[in-house]
Ligand binder design. Structure first.
Ligand SMILES: Cc1cc2nc3c(=O)[nH]c(=O)nc-3n(C[C@H](O)[C@H](O)[C@H](O)COP(=O)(O)OP(=O)(O)OC[C@H]3O[C@@H](n4cnc5c(N)ncnc54)[C@H](O)[C@@H]3O)c2cc1C
Length: 372
């Protein structure tokens, strides 16, 4: 996929957005007292970035995945909560509509998402089925030109603030019995639980989505009936590239937090663990290249399952390791809750879990090698 945005202009636009809209709120977001997810996406819309991957014909910026990872990494370097809000909105929240939506669905929803007026969310996980997505139980029963959805989704990013949910629900048995639906938050029967009190990413809301007899027009089914598992797996393939970029940004932010105190310590004549700093830099640089490679494959229209899994696995393991080293290097000050290394350490862990745990990424990578 080519990009419509000149590289220098995008870099300038993203840097301006982060300096004006993200860095000033980063400390509040880390404490969970920042602007709502919807406000973050609105401010990205004001900067022309909420529809980065959406074609200009639908009010977007017409960017490609190279642009997208640059955006997410830069935001995550300043604030990981804002990065995951924007990542989910642009990636798994909007991309399935771009890839699988028909003209009617695109014309009804894309402009509102691309302008930042609406926040998008992706609802696959249930209490009984995360890694094993085929085990999902939410049902979609067809009644004429309507589907009636009943069930509950767990750990949904943006739940409670999102306007549009892409919901995977069962219309039959097995993997071919899952269908994807565009569900508006305002429809009767849609409700959400309060945001969970998480270990990190305090500025990003995560919660339950309950569907109680929600009547969804058949015109809001995304793709054919029984095609929902393909929609979800395709969304996650490219979504994992975004999470990889988020992890690179967190690692870079942790490195930023550690370098200056280490320099001061060295200048004061104390020992500094230079090997740790070198490893942090090398791993972050390697993770960035894996992310860029996976994004380039998406833009070339190539199948990315294997390389997105490698990028996600390596980058998210890296952000946890680099953030931990930053906490070590900045001790004892990093024991404080608001210390930038401590914030990154708490934020990093969820990246190993969402959009497929790293154990599942290993399953995906090994399956590719061991196939017949
Ligand atoms: C902050 C946050 C935000 C999230 N946002 C969203 C969202 O927006 N939308 C959404 O749909 N979901 C979301 N999730 C859910 C997330 O994708 C799931 O938590 C994840 O896929 C794991 O599923 P699970 O929680 O059911 O764990 P389980 O699948 O029950 O796994 C539990 C443990 O068993 C391991 N395991 C399971 N199967 C295997 C296997 N075959 N081999 C080896 N190990 C295995 C897992 O790796 C894990 O360590 C979010 C989660 C978090 C923490």
């Amino acid at each position: 996929m080519s990009t419509d945005i000149p590289h220098r202009e995008l870099t300038h636009r993203v840097a301006g957005f982060v300096a004006d809209a993200i860095t000033p709120i980063a400390a509040a977001m880390a404490r969970g007292h920042g602007p709502s997810p919807k406000r973050i996406v609105e401010s990205a819309g004001e900067a022309g970035l909420a529809g980065l991957l959406t074609p200009e014909a639908f009010g977007g910026a017409g960017g490609n995945h190279g642009d997208f990872i640059q955006f997410i990494e830069t935001v995550a370097r300043a604030d990981a909560s804002s990065a995951v809000i924007l990542d989910v909105h642009l990636s798994v929240g909007t991309e399935p509509l771009l890839v699988f939506g028909n003209d009617d669905q695109k014309s009804r929803y894309l402009r509102r998402l691309a302008s930042g007026e609406w926040l998008a969310a992706f609802a696959l996980t249930e209490a009984a089925g995360g890694s094993d997505a085929v085990a999902l139980r939410t049902r979609a029963a067809r009644e004429g030109e309507t589907y009636v959805l009943d069930g509950a989704k767990a750990f949904i990013t943006g739940a409670g603030d999102a306007d549009l949910y892409i919901v995977m629900a069962r219309t039959g048995d097995g993997a071919h019995g899952v269908s994807a639906f565009l569900v508006e938050a305002a429809w009767p029967g849609v409700s959400t639980g309060p945001p969970l009190a998480k270990m990190g990413l305090h500025g990003s809301w995560t919660g339950e989505l309950v569907l109680d007899g929600v009547r969804v027009p058949a015109a809001n089914r995304l793709g054919d009936e029984g095609f929902g598992f393909t929609v979800a797996m395709s969304a996650l393939d490219s979504g994992r590239v975004g999470i990889s970029a988020q992890a690179v940004g967190i690692a870079q932010g942790a490195l930023d937090a550690a370098v200056e105190p280490s320099r001061r310590r060295r200048d004061a004549g104390s020992e500094v663990d230079a090997d740790a700093i070198a490893d942090m830099e090398a791993r972050t640089a390697a993770a960035r290249q894996l992310t860029r490679y996976a994004a380039a494959l998406v833009d070339a229209g190539r199948r990315v399952t294997h390389d997105a899994a490698i990028a996600k696995l390596y980058s998210t393991d890296t952000c946890v390791a680099v953030a931990q080293s930053a906490v070590d290097l900045c001790a004892p000050e990093s024991g404080a809750e608001d210390h930038p290394a401590a914030v990154r350490f708490r934020d990093a862990k969820a990246c190993q879990i969402y959009e497929g745990t790293n154990q599942i990424q290993r399953v995906v990578i090994a399956r590719h090698l061991l196939r017949d």
